[in-house]
Design a protein around this ligand. Structure first.
Ligand SMILES: NC(=O)c1ccc[n+]([C@@H]2O[C@H](COP(=O)([O-])OP(=O)(O)OC[C@H]3O[C@@H](n4cnc5c(N)ncnc54)[C@H](OP(=O)(O)O)[C@@H]3O)[C@@H](O)[C@H]2O)c1
Length: 316
């Protein structure tokens, strides 16, 4: 089967197609024929070597964390799914190798694809949807009427975080670029700020929660627009942020919280419910498998609304 791998850290140019054996099914695992794989900033951060501490430096590595596909074979002790089931799922964040014709997973890593969404939408959901859920379940608890600012809201996590925050009754302000304004409104934000012509840090409004998804609004800046008891969410933490947040949280009522995604079957189940209820899952760009280098070159340059995915169409 074909699989995308890389044997050294670097840009999209290190990615290559390899011919490898179809992974063997073990007693507790399930073989999936992959239909679509989503593209996440974590993919290129790991591939660039920015996250070596967590990913390790052993090669070759695969790429791709979340996916959708069809169950091809089940292990003797994996009884929850049957051949032919259409599923979506998520791999270990730092060992993702979903961009391949087949992969094996444990039962806990997948859920049945909601019938009302496509394979592309299903693949787009797990990482960013789970990240949004983890923020609201483990880092902050949104109360009705809470003021929340989501900076960088036109991408994947922003799409889910905006809609879930609105369902919790929060008052949501999203910060997006020019192309993100219609999506910000469609996803239900109460206020949409274009970062190209307005600096939200210079406004008078104070927030209960600030989530930075862009990597451009550090806590040191965000704290000027945070209420006395409030929380800031950093979504790309490294060792420096872990130490800094520890000391800030000792002394400040403005808490500095870090997202470290831990996939869970509960998040997949909850995302299934949201999808069935019609949450918007925008996939604005779909690349065929053989365009993987183009995909990983274009997507980091941004300006995509929601998510971009790679399908297994065109594997030759
Ligand atoms: N810690 C974890 O466990 C974990 C898990 C998942 C994701 N993450 C991280 O979370 C972050 C967000 O993920 P994502 O999937 O939502 O990424 P994404 O889809 O790339 O979205 C990021 C958004 O930031 C916007 N942006 C860029 N510059 C901006 C600025 N100056 N002001 C405001 N917005 C700006 C971009 O909009 P434009 O393109 O229009 O500029 C884009 O929509 C990434 O850093 C990712 O690595 C962390």
């Amino acid at each position: 089967m074909k699989k995308i791998i890389y044997s050294k850290f670097g840009g999209a140019e290190v990615l290559q197609i390899a011919e490898v054996p179809i992974p063997a099914v073990q007693a507790t695992t399930i073989l999936i024929k992959v239909k679509a794989v989503s593209i996440n900033p974590l993919d290129w951060k790991i591939r660039n070597g920015e996250m070596k501490i967590m990913s390790g430096s052993k090669f070759p590595k695969g790429i791709g964390i979340d996916f959708s596909g069809i169950v091809e074979e089940t292990g003797t002790a994996a009884t929850k799914y049957n051949k032919g089931d259409e599923v979506f799922g998520i791999l270990d964040v730092f060992k993702g190798e979903a961009l391949s014709e087949y992969l094996t997973v444990e039962e806990k890593d997948i859920a049945i694809r909601p019938r009302n969404i496509s394979f592309e939408q299903a693949a787009a959901m797990p990482v960013v949807g789970s990240a949004a859920l983890q923020i609201f379940k483990t880092l902050v608890s949104l109360k009705k009427g809470a003021e929340i600012l989501i900076n960088g809201a036109s991408g994947g996590i922003g799409m889910f975080a905006t809609q879930i925050a609105k369902m919790s009754g929060a008052i949501v302000t999203t910060v997006v670029g020019d192309s993100g304004i219609p999506a910000g409104k469609d996803w239900g934000a109460d206020f949409v700020v274009n970062y190209r012509n307005e600096d939200v840090l210079k406004g008078n409004k104070q927030y209960d929660v600030v989530i930075d998804l862009s990597g451009k609004m550090p806590f040191t800046k965000a704290k000027q627009i945070m209420k006395h008891s409030s929380a800031y969410i950093h979504t790309a933490p490294g060792p420096k942020e872990i130490i800094t947040s520890f000391f800030i949280n000792l002394f400040s009522s403005k808490k500095y919280k870090l997202l470290m995604l831990k996939p869970s079957p509960e998040y997949l189940a909850e995302l299934t419910g949201y999808a069935e209820d019609g949450i918007a899952i925008v996939v604005s760009k779909v690349y065929p498998f053989n365009s993987f280098k183009k995909a990983y070159t274009e997507v980091p340059d941004g300006k995509f609304i929601g998510k971009a995915v790679i399908t297994m169409d065109g594997v030759v």
